[in-house]
Design a protein around this ligand. Structure first.
Ligand code: 5AD
Ligand code: SF4
Length: 446
């Protein structure tokens, strides 16, 4: 073990959390450093940023301002800024925070150990925010975990270019990870006790890996089928998918693979065709409804969640009301919703926006209230039912065991024995909108 102590602060989505866990793995592996939970104890400080919404730049300099004092006290400290804000701002970060040593992007974090070595040797800052053709995936060490549910990234970047979104600019073009590497990692996780796999990517269902040697290509549906054959993996989840890549082949997988959970997150963004077209989402409401209906044909009880943007430029009250109607018509479950946030350089940032912020906040409030009522309804319906739960651990907050249902609800329950890593039947006795309370019934044998 070296004397290096690494602290990573992460903002943003599951993808960023995943990237940070990989940064930690790589640094432990190559630099032999220790991971610390306190920035005060660290001599390498990494900030993994997100720029999808909010005032990302302001937040960044605020955080760096705090770390500046650490560096004043100890000039040997290394400060690295990574993630989407780093790609977007690049060298400009140094204008306001000259004391930053390393600026790296979501596709170059595997180079961090060499970058740290060079910064120490040459005493000069380094910037690498490129999108190299050799994928970072190749540099991932095998994951070690004590969890029973694990994330795994299968595709990086995005080619869709929705008019409001910064992701294709900061994460680059889509690259599918070789299916063989994914299978090796899933198998490795399963031997460590992982029973649930959560596949990650900006658009998992546009996964398309071409095996040039065998002249074969592997779609997302094919990948799901291969993963489902790994015996000890009992549940499969994925986020996020795009409606236009929801092929019949994929819908068919819902028919064939019971391990694929009865819960789907499929972002629609708006209930208005006009707004969908301005967003360049490439589908209309009737396409979206048709996909949901086709999925429900094979999985009648599937619960669907979505993402919504309110107050997009040009959104009228009528457009907004259409979004509310869509939630009710399709009976959507818990979903994420955001006020439109103008992102620098995107086409939407140049669109005329006549709606004031108060009106946008009101729409967000109404939308979130509608989603909350839906969520509450689904949770209440579960009371007195028996659910199958993968036991994940014991909660620090209430000392109860916890785990998730297929439809992504956290359930807390008491049981006499330690069943972590096992599937059990739990009778739901109480509902608190987003979480549930239950009673252990028996072991589920799958
Ligand atoms: N403003 C608001 N929400 C956004 N999202 C992406 N870009 C923006 C933006 N500029 C939301 C979308 C997407 C989710 C991950 O973040 O709803 O599905
Ligand atoms: Fe952004 Fe659209 Fe790509 Fe999703 S599909 S990451 S919203 S550009």
């Amino acid at each position: 073990m070296s004397n290096d102590k690494l602290y990573i602060k992460t903002w943003g989505c599951q993808m960023n959390e995943y990237d940070s866990s990989k940064i930690a793995d790589i640094m432990k592996n190559k630099l032999n450093c220790k991971i610390t939970k306190s920035s005060k104890n660290a001599n390498i400080l990494i900030l993994n940023t997100c720029s999808i919404r909010e005032k990302a730049q302001e937040k960044l300099f605020h955080q760096l301002g705090r770390w500046k004092y650490f560096k004043k006290k100890n000039p040997e400290i290394i400060i690295g800024v990574g993630g989407c804000v780093a790609t977007q701002e690049g060298k400009k970060i140094l204008n306001r925070a000259y004391y930053v040593d390393i600026i790296f992007g979501p596709q170059t974090f595997h180079r961090l150990p060499q970058m740290i070595y060079k910064v120490r040797k040459f005493k000069k800052y380094l910037i690498d925010i490129s999108f190299p053709k050799i994928e970072k995936f190749q540099f991932f060490p095998m994951t070690k975990t004590d969890k029973v549910s694990a994330f795994i990234s299968i595709i990086e970047g995005c080619n869709k270019y929705c008019t409001y979104c910064i992701v294709p600019h900061t994460r680059g073009k889509e690259i599918s990870r070789p299916y063989k590497d994914i299978l090796i990692e899933v198998k490795n996780l399963s031997t460590q006790g992982v029973r649930e796999i959560h596949l990650l990517g900006q658009n998992v269902n546009s996964y398309n890996y071409v095996d040039n040697k065998r002249k074969k290509h592997y779609t997302f549906a094919k990948l799901l089928t291969l993963i489902s054959k790994i015996e000890n993996i009992k549940r499969i989840r994925f986020t996020t998918s795009h409606p236009i890549n929801f092929s019949d082949e994929l819908i068919n997988v819902y028919n064939k693979i019971p391990k694929l959970v009865n819960f789907l997150h499929l972002p629609v963004q708006s209930g208005s065709d006009k707004i969908l077209s301005l967003m360049k989402r490439r589908y209309n409401i009737s396409d979206y409804v048709s996909i949901i209906n086709r999925i429900k044909n094979v999985r009648p009880n599937i619960q669907i969640s979505s993402d919504f943007i309110v107050g997009f430029p040009g959104e009228t009250k009528k457009d907004f009301e259409n979004t509310i109607s869509l939630i009710l018509d399709l009976d959507l479950d818990m979903s994420f919703s955001f006020i439109y946030s103008s992102r620098p350089g995107t086409p939407a940032s140049k669109m005329k926006d006549n709606t004031n912020i108060l009106e946008k906040k009101k729409r967000l409030y109404l939308l979130q209230d509608c989603i909350k009522q839906q969520t509450k309804k689904f949770s209440l319906k579960m009371v007195n039912t028996i659910q199958i739960i993968l036991v994940e651990g014991i909660s620090n907050q209430n000392n109860k065991y916890f785990g998730k249902t297929e439809n992504n609800r956290m359930v807390f329950f008491t049981c006499k024995k330690n069943y972590i890593g096992q599937f059990i039947y739990v009778k739901i006795i109480d509902s608190y909108i987003y979480s549930l309370y239950g009673k252990f019934m028996s072991i589920y044998k799958n």
